[in-house]
Ligand binder design. Structure first.
Ligand code: SF4
Length: 475
């Protein structure tokens, strides 16, 4: 195909449930590409000599190579190309904000739509599953060394994946009754069906990983206890599960529930109905998910307050589009200043209009309140979803160095903490971030722990290092 012909192919759009079908269930909204769409989309790739898409992918997936194999009909080969660098392709292809990563760096995006890289990756995984192919890699021969992994989110899953495939005995501890960390309690099933997460844990168990739920490290067991139990190294992948507060009067009234607390309840299976009118505060994907969950649990007047404009919203465009299709309105340039109530229960939210002031180096402008522009909104509930921070319960008996943000302070090359046998990664180090970034840190930590256990230099030749145990097809 000539380059001109490739450029003429429009970006393919996957099938989706209609808005009315969506809001009555938690069924997956986007159903992915069929074979013809996948091949046509793959034909749009220009096979660049310097593939900028790879630089945009936090785990540097070999995107042009998997696309080349896909369009030549080698779907299974294409899948294994992705698997060389990714421990969680089924997850990342669905939930990563591709527009800010690989697709945001694709050259085709300079004059039109980038290649739909996320959907192509998802097609590979869906094809493998639909055609009954094994999607997991071979397990390693058992070694007599134990590693504890605190937190069953994407960083912990990745550390367990790479170390278990090298044969180390891994045990994952999590304080929740469900596995997957933020993948499960932060991302609703309509974006990430639970069977996808469950299959990843089945594969980890298949390689000998022990999984212990409902145990809080720092309360039921300390880090020192883990050491006494024979774990030679510990990985802290505890995420950032605590909500940041708005810090305004009335935040303790009934009817106020913070974003990640709300999502945790909904995603564990509680069907919370917050009333008819619900106000969500924030502009990121958590705020969008909260609003869409409130719709799905019976609130029919849901809207979002965001203190900047649509251009500055950190949420992915696809999620904003779905939200608006489902009937959620966004009130831009507005923020709450007080929550009012009667008899301990919220009934009105006092807000103020904002305008954009000075911009920083990145071009992001500071919202500034407009004097005298206060207004009231009547509501049954408010869900602030402005950010998350790290919960330090697990660190109770350990004097670990923290940053001024409250995240764990680690060596940037090895992710080793201030206590040599403790490593950390994912949101606990980065603050709230994407799944792919957690996976990338999981890979770094797995290599650091391997070297630590084998008495090797943690820093030597890191730039030449390849992930341990990854990408080998199961025989
Ligand atoms: Fe293909 Fe875009 Fe990557 Fe170029 S930058 S190789 S067009 S996906």
């Amino acid at each position: 195909m000539k380059p001109k012909e490739r450029l003429a192919i429009p970006r393919q759009k996957p099938k989706e449930l209609s808005p009315s079908e969506r809001i009555s269930s938690f069924d997956e909204v986007v159903s992915g590409f069929d074979h013809d769409m996948a091949v046509l989309e793959a034909e749009r790739c220009l096979q660049c000599k310097k593939p900028t898409c790879r630089d945009g992918c936090p785990i540097h997936n070999n995107i042009p190579e998997f696309i080349r194999r896909l369009r030549e009909g080698d779907v299974e080969g294409a899948y294994w190309v992705v698997r060389e660098t990714s421990s969680l392709p089924a997850v990342c292809s669905r939930v990563c904000p591709h527009e800010f990563q690989c697709e945001g760096s694709c050259v085709r995006g300079k004059k039109g739509d980038p290649v739909s890289i996320g959907m192509l990756e998802r097609y590979l995984v869906d094809w493998m599953v639909a055609n009954d192919r094994n999607i997991h890699v071979a397990c390693g021969l058992p070694k007599d060394k134990k590693v504890a992994i605190v937190g069953a989110g994407p960083a912990g899953m990745t550390v367990a994946y790479y170390l278990a495939h090298e044969g180390y005995e891994c045990t994952i501890f999590d304080n929740l009754p469900v596995l997957g960390g933020m993948l499960t309690v932060g991302i609703p099933a309509y974006r990430l069906p639970r069977d996808i997460i469950n299959k990843e844990f089945d594969a980890l168990r298949g390689c000998g990983v022990n999984i212990v739920k409902d145990v809080t490290i720092g309360r039921d067991k300390t880090l020192e206890d883990l050491r006494s139990d024979g774990f030679s190294a510990v990985f802290l992948g505890i995420g950032a599960h605590s909500s940041r507060k708005l810090g305004i009067p009335g935040e303790d009234l009934e009817g106020v529930i913070h974003g990640v607390d709300y999502l945790r309840k909904i995603n564990i299976g509680e069907r919370l109905h917050l009333g008819k009118k619900v106000v969500v505060v924030g502009g990121g994907n958590v705020a969008i998910d909260v609003a869409r969950c409130a719709l799905r649990t019976g609130s029919d007047d849901v809207f979002i307050l965001y203190r900047r404009t649509k251009t500055e919203m950190p949420a992915s465009q696809a999620e904003i589009h779905h939200l608006e299709e489902e009937g959620v309105k966004i009130e831009f340039l507005a923020a709450p200043v007080a929550i009012h109530g009667k008899d301990g229960k919220l009934d009105r939210i006092e807000c103020i209009r904002m305008e954009l002031g000075e911009c920083d180096m990145s071009g992001r402008c500071r919202p500034v309140p407009v004097d005298g522009s206060n207004f009231m909104i009547e509501a049954d509930a408010i869900i602030p979803a402005i950010s998350q921070r790290v919960d330090h319960t697990a660190l109770k008996d350990m004097d670990l160095k923290l940053t001024s943000w409250g995240t764990l302070d680690v060596d940037p090359d090895t992710l080793q903490s201030s206590v040599p046998w403790i490593f950390a990664g994912g949101d606990a180090v980065l603050g709230p971030q994407t799944v792919a970034k957690a996976v990338y840190q999981g890979k770094i930590v797995a290599e650091s722990i391997r070297r630590f256990l084998e008495g090797e230099d943690l820093k030597k030749d890191r730039e030449k290092w390849e992930p341990v145990g990854g990408g080998k097809k199961k025989k």
